[in-house]
Design a protein around this ligand. Structure first.
Ligand code: NAD
Length: 539
């Protein structure tokens, strides 16, 4: 058993770690450790909700639930803390983020245990999460000051109108996140909000509360004021509207269906929101692609986190010229993946998170099979490995009448299609309502970039699955069309959490006739001025 320990020195995961050696494996969390986390939920209802681990279906924790009064209290506390936070310098905020960077890396074993226990994903896919959060903390820790700095812009009368543009924070940001990346989704967006001077009230998904609460603890250790990051727990359909009513901005990650409800609620309150939603992401393998490299990348694109990844691939378009060679390599590499439900390293693809996810995956595959698709590999659940383990599945002959043609499966299922020319590949990639992420493979990167520019997705990766854009923190990330509104990452991901305030100071001249000048004479002078300014090349 690997020796992980929580900050009190106790093992975080207690019990056999490898179900292959002990099929009755149980991963018990020390009750006092669980208690130290769940106490952070703002809750006075006395109600709790049990969670269980997808690794073995056994109980994991009882999460206290928040009622309407608790949501109100969380916002009250956050608002108070935000007023004090606003007075801290940008250097202090950045220093806290850089301390968090180190804490995340120092505590990665505990975080990985919690992520795997709550989500069932393979440990190697869980590692993407502390990695992404550390990158985010470092990026905003190092750049927020420059992006948020008050900026001088040209005034209307050169030399006499001074314009300063400020970026004050929105106030209290509601962060509502899904279960698929329990650490990244609960934390990364909120870090940008904090860096911009806001407080956060977070509502992580019910299944992955412990990871989110552990993250809240690390934020406090990094030096954030205790009340700046509030956590509430409960059904999104109940807490969501209560949060929207009190928030100054909503940052939502989840399904398109829920995103539309959030947008409607925010419209009612006339507050802004960013929506990171679903996708049906394509890969395009061009005729000159390095087939071996593309097949390796395609496996990561389709089966990372068992396909429960917003940017993972569910549609593949492969050029005629390389179709057979690519498919043979892709199937072979997929069949070589080791599956399992374990907190240990060494599993290539882990479990789905729940019966609900398993049901969707089975429904989509059975529907495709019944309507004539061929299952090249996979296509069945593996209860012998874990209650929700499903084999990585490659389908051929998927047609528009099948559910998995255009609906997001959010599981380890991909449909492979053949194309004859690039224009056709682009058109088919752009088919459907989503526009989150795409991936293009070619030895000619300039050509691949030209193809990429025609794909209507917020991010496109060339010769990589999704990590090149997702881990390039300086680049904005988000969806076009039904995949969302707004962008995370980059300056855009920070500025969404701010207002823009312009303060103009006028000297000497005024914007009205002076020295007894008539309105008509004033209009003539101003008209001549406008003409002169244009001739001088002024903006
Ligand atoms: P979901 O929309 O069901 O739930 C997401 C969160 O919203 C949860 O915390 C949930 O409790 C809450 N919620 C549910 N109903 C709500 C309501 N009426 N008001 C407010 N909050 C509510 O999504 P899910 O099934 O948990 O997550 C999977 C989906 O998320 C997939 O579609 C996936 O593509 C998407 N996703 C997108 C990104 C991205 O960056 N674009 C990242 C991860 C996941």
């Amino acid at each position: 058993m690997a020796a992980h320990s929580n900050p009190s020195g106790q093992p975080l995961v207690d019990g056999p770690r490898d179900p292959e050696h002990d099929p009755t494996a149980s991963w018990a969390l020390e009750p006092s450790f669980v208690d130290s986390l769940t106490r952070r939920v703002v809750s006075t209802t006395g109600e709790t909700r049990p969670t269980m681990s997808p690794l073995n279906g056994q109980p994991l924790a009882h999460i206290p639930q928040s009622g309407p009064d608790d949501v109100a209290e969380a916002f009250r506390r956050a608002r108070r803390a935000q007023h004090a936070w606003l007075r801290t310098s940008l250097e202090e905020r950045s220093a806290a983020l850089l301390r968090l960077h180190d804490l995340i890396l120092d505590h990665q074993d505990q975080l990985l245990d919690l992520i795997v226990l709550e989500s069932g994903k393979a440990r190697k896919h869980a590692f993407d999460e502390p990695l992404h959060v550390a990158l985010t903390a470092r990026y905003y820790g190092r750049t927020a000051e420059k992006v948020l700095r008050t900026e001088r812009r040209p005034g209307v009368v050169p030399g006499l109108t001074r314009v300063d543009v400020h970026h004050p924070p929105k106030g209290v940001v509601a962060v509502i996140s899904p279960w698929n990346y329990p650490l990244t989704m609960a934390l990364s967006d909120g870090l940008a909000a904090i860096a911009a001077g806001n407080a956060v009230v977070a509502k992580p998904d019910a299944q992955t509360m412990l990871t989110a609460l552990y993250a809240a603890r690390l934020l406090e250790e990094a030096g954030l004021p205790a009340d700046l990051w509030q956590v509430v727990a409960g059904p999104g359909s109940q807490l969501g509207p209560q949060m929207i009513e009190r928030a100054d901005y909503v940052c939502f990650t989840g399904s398109t269906a829920t995103g539309k409800k959030i947008a409607a609620g925010c419209a009612e309150q006339l507050i802004g929101c960013s929506l990171e939603l679903g996708g049906k992401n394509p890969i395009v393998v061009l005729r000159d692609a390095d087939v071996e490299r593309a097949a390796e990348g395609a496996v990561r694109a389709c089966f990372s986190n068992a396909g429960q990844l917003c940017v993972s691939t569910e549609r593949m378009f492969v050029a005629d010229q390389v179709f057979d060679r690519f498919l043979e390599r892709f199937v072979a590499r997929t069949e070589a993946l080791s599956l399992g439900a374990s907190t240990d390293w060494g599993v290539d693809m882990g479990s789905l998170i729940s019966q609900e996810q398993l049901d969707t995956v089975e429904r989509h595959v059975e529907d495709a099979r019944a309507k004539g698709a061929t299952v090249l590999t996979g296509g069945r659940a593996r209860p012998d490995l874990g209650p929700y383990v499903y084999e990585p599945t490659i389908l051929l002959g998927v047609t528009p009448d099948m559910l998995c043609f255009s609906e997001e499966t959010f599981g380890p299922v991909v449909a492979v299609h053949r194309f004859h020319d690039e224009a056709e590949a682009v058109a088919r990639s752009n088919d459907g309502d989503y526009g989150l992420n795409a991936s293009v493979w070619s030895r000619d990167t300039a050509r691949a970039r030209r193809v990429a520019e025609h794909i209507k997705c917020g991010t496109v990766n060339i010769n990589e699955a999704f990590a090149a854009t997702f881990a390039s923190l300086a680049a904005p990330m988000g969806g076009m069309r039904q995949s969302g509104l707004g962008r995370r990452q980059g300056p855009e991901g920070l500025l969404r959490f701010t207002e823009t305030q312009s303060i103009a100071t006028q000297r000497l001249v005024r914007f009205a006739p002076m020295l007894g000048m008539s309105d008509e004479a004033y209009a003539k002078v101003m008209t001549a001025q406008l003409r002169l300014m244009k001739r001088l090349g002024r903006a």
